[in-house]
Ligand binder design. Structure first.
Ligand code: ZN
Ligand code: ZN
Length: 152
């Protein structure tokens, strides 16, 4: 593990601590005091600008979460539509990831390649996989069907 700390600051990536100074300028509104200062560089901002930026970041984060949630919904809907019932949707570091519940494998790409849908640019080996998948899917479906039937 690399334990040497190299402070890298960009316009958006500062490590701010509460540090009131009446003789420093706010980088945003140019007021003559700052309430928060970066521990790695000279960047500082007043409490009002700090709050505004935090609020903006919160909104951005909320939008990001809403977008991820929406993407999950779309992905789940697509799986349902294509009857890919063995697949689940997960989010890995903000990215949609498809988990196969049966094989416990995962894919960042939509598992459409293993669907029984015919596509003219699929090679022979791919078609072999499709058949294999199709059969195991059918098998899975009949299991579910039998389970449902046994409930009645
Ligand atoms: Zn900084
Ligand atoms: Zn300010």
């Amino acid at each position: 593990m690399n334990l040497t700390l190299i402070p890298i600051c960009s316009e958006i990536d500062h490590d701010l601590n509460y540090d009131y100074r009446s003789n420093s300028k706010c980088e945003i509104c140019m007021k003559n005091h700052v309430s928060y200062r970066c521990i790695n560089c000279e960047y500082g901002r007043c409490s009002m600008c700090h709050r505004d930026i935090l609020a903006a970041e919160e909104i951005k984060e909320r939008l990001r979460i809403a977008k991820v949630k929406n993407n999950i919904k779309i992905a789940e809907k697509n799986l349902k539509k294509d009857q890919l019932n063995d697949w689940d949707v997960m989010v890995v570091q903000g990215e949609i990831c498809y988990i196969n519940k049966l094989t416990r494998s995962y894919s960042y790409d939509y598992p459409i390649v293993v669907s029984p849908r015919k596509s003219p640019d699929i090679s022979v080996t791919d078609q072999g996989n499709i058949h294999q998948y199709h059969e195991s899917y059918r098998c899975h479906f009949s299991e579910i069907y039998n389970t449902i039937k046994s409930l009645f």
